[in-house]
Write a protein that binds this ligand. Structure first.
Ligand code: HEC
Length: 320
């Protein structure tokens, strides 16, 4: 079970604090409950028909003030030092840019490699610079006890050092639309040599150990035609199919030249247009201006360079 797995130093640290607080709570639960039962019996009406007035007790007051104070301070200290640990990535960390978007994750390495799953070498610090392309998401790796918000227009950083080989879930923790629950990816922790072979090597992905389940998606987007690689990397294919099936958005198959009914912003009636270059460009750069009939106005604006837009449009035109 992923939530029990401790697969990074952050998980060990975070669990240590958790079990410390949990242990204290259990001890006090037992202590207080026992005392309560004892008092109920000891001071029952049967034994003490007449209530007795008990004056204060300075010794007791001091004990029950200082003991909880010291305990709370240890909890604070423990929590604070671990929080500091999680905020400060070591200088030699490898920096990975994590981008969240509706509804997928993408990762970019210092040498420009882009993937849909996060490859990480075991025992090496990796710093995640987490951004969002559209709205608030939550970057969460349960086995690492690592969680940080992905917020538009700012970069939040965290880091981890994996201690176990294998494949661990990445999830989104902030409700971000209909496919929020499908916004899943993996961290794949491989031995350092395998990671290096992949990182410095040619096109092929590392062959993670046999016990490791490789995700279905190709880890590397370089081998694809540029337009398709962009559609994948920018998350377009989370909402658009290439095979004719409607998803959240209309399929891109045979879109070019098709007659499409659209509702322009502010208009009350749909109009029929023929999909051409100009329409494709408008639909991609200003998705809210014209909305395809039968679909919700749910397409986010994606930042694209002019060249990227050209590649995407060129590729969509080839989808017959
Ligand atoms: C979150 C889901 C989502 C993502 C991500 C997304 N789209 Fe869309 N897209 C839609 C929806 C929904 C529509 C239909 C409503 C509209 O026209 O705005 C649409 C419409 C379109 C259309 C017009 C289709 C037609 O039949 O008229 C094109 C072209 C398009 N998207 C391309 C892209 C490209 C390229 C990307 C990536 C840069 C992308 N989309 C990312 C949801 C998405």
């Amino acid at each position: 079970m992923d939530w029990m797995n401790q697969a990074a130093i952050s998980a060990q640290k975070s669990d240590a604090v958790f079990f410390y607080v949990f242990g204290l709570s259990v001890v006090f639960l037992i202590f207080i409950t026992t005392l309560m039962i004892y008092f109920v019996v000891r001071y029952s009406k049967k034994r003490h028909p007449v209530a007795e007035q008990i004056e204060g007790h300075v010794g007791l007051e001091i004990v029950w003030t200082t003991v909880p104070l010291v305990l709370f301070l240890t909890i604070f200290y423990y929590g604070w030092t671990n929080y500091e640990y999680m905020r400060q990535a070591p200088r030699d960390s490898m920096v990975v840019k994590v981008t969240a978007r509706q509804w997928s994750w993408s990762f970019e390495y210092p040498n420009g490699k882009q993937t849909k799953v996060l490859f990480a070498p075991i025992g090496k610090p990796m710093k995640a610079e987490v951004r969002s392309a559209d709205m608030v998401h939550g970057f969460y790796i349960p086995s690492f006890r690592l969680k940080i918000d992905a917020v538009p227009a700012r970069t939040n950083t965290t880091w981890f050092q994996a201690t176990k080989l294998g494949s661990f879930d990445i999830e989104c923790t902030v409700i971000c639309g209909v496919d929020h629950s499908l916004m899943l990816s993996k961290v794949i922790v491989v031995p350092e040599e395998e990671f290096k072979a992949w990182y410095f090597g040619g096109e092929s992905a590392p062959e993670p150990g046999k016990a490791i389940q490789t995700p279905a998606a190709p880890p590397e987007l370089k081998n694809l035609p540029p337009g398709l690689a962009l559609l994948t990397a920018k998350g377009c294919l989370d909402c658009h199919s290439l095979d004719g099936k409607p998803m959240v958005g209309p399929t891109l198959k045979a879109l070019y030249g098709k007659e499409q009914q659209i509702l322009a912003a502010g208009a009350t009636k749909t109009i029929t247009i023929t999909v051409d270059d100009a329409y494709l460009r408008r639909a991609i750069t200003n998705p809210m201006d014209e909305v395809t009939r039968g679909y919700p106005p749910a397409m986010p604006e994606t930042e694209l360079t002019g060249q990227e837009l050209d590649e995407i449009v060129r590729y969509i035109k080839t989808l017959k």
